[in-house]
Write a protein that binds this ligand. Structure first.
Ligand code: INI
Length: 154
């Protein structure tokens, strides 16, 4: 059996991080994690572009524009939606996640999913570089692997 697996090599590859400013305390940590992951795997600092959008709702559109530009080998979407007292959370979180899913399935560029949807700020902090790791780091690692996998699949 011939197995195809992407390796984690970032040399010569360009990545865009798309991060929302809403809940910036958290999303800044996700950006740091994602950038750290890419650099540790050989992506040059000048090949990492950070694009800011207002909130998670705006992530899918910016990701699509960047994917369509053809300028990037991989994209990582980073955001944080925290449950409030109203149903607003469900709409923003649901539409942002399904919008990113739609974009990820319809473009030829791997899109890492680094959108946190949590009940509390504490849960978000735990996933942004404290006791539950850093979802930005994990999303960047998956994007790296997928870029190399797709390269190999032709
Ligand atoms: N955007 C977020 O990224 N996180 C949230 O928790 C959030 N909440 O709770 O409202 C949020 N709302 C803003 C939204 O993403 C849009 O930017 C806004 O509605 C303007 O289009």
């Amino acid at each position: 059996m011939k197995e195809h697996v992407g390796s984690l090599t970032g040399e010569g590859r360009r990545f865009a991080l798309v991060a929302s400013r809403f809940n910036e305390l958290i999303t800044d940590r996700l950006v740091e994690g994602a950038a750290d992951c890419l650099r540790r795997h050989g992506v040059a600092d000048g090949d990492i572009h950070l694009v800011r959008v207002p909130g998670a709702w705006e992530l899918p559109l910016a990701v699509r524009r960047l994917a369509d530009s053809g300028d990037f080998h991989g994209i990582v979407a980073l955001g944080c939606v925290i449950r409030g007292a109203t149903p607003h959370f469900e709409f923003v979180a649901g539409e942002a996640a399904s919008g990113l899913g739609q974009v990820a399935r319809s473009v030829q560029v791997p899109v890492g999913f680094g959108l946190l949807t949590t009940d509390t700020v504490e849960q978000a902090l735990e996933r942004a570089g404290t006791k539950a790791g850093n979802k930005g780091w994990e999303a960047a690692l998956s994007a790296l692997e997928m870029v190399d996998l797709l390269d190999g699949l032709g």
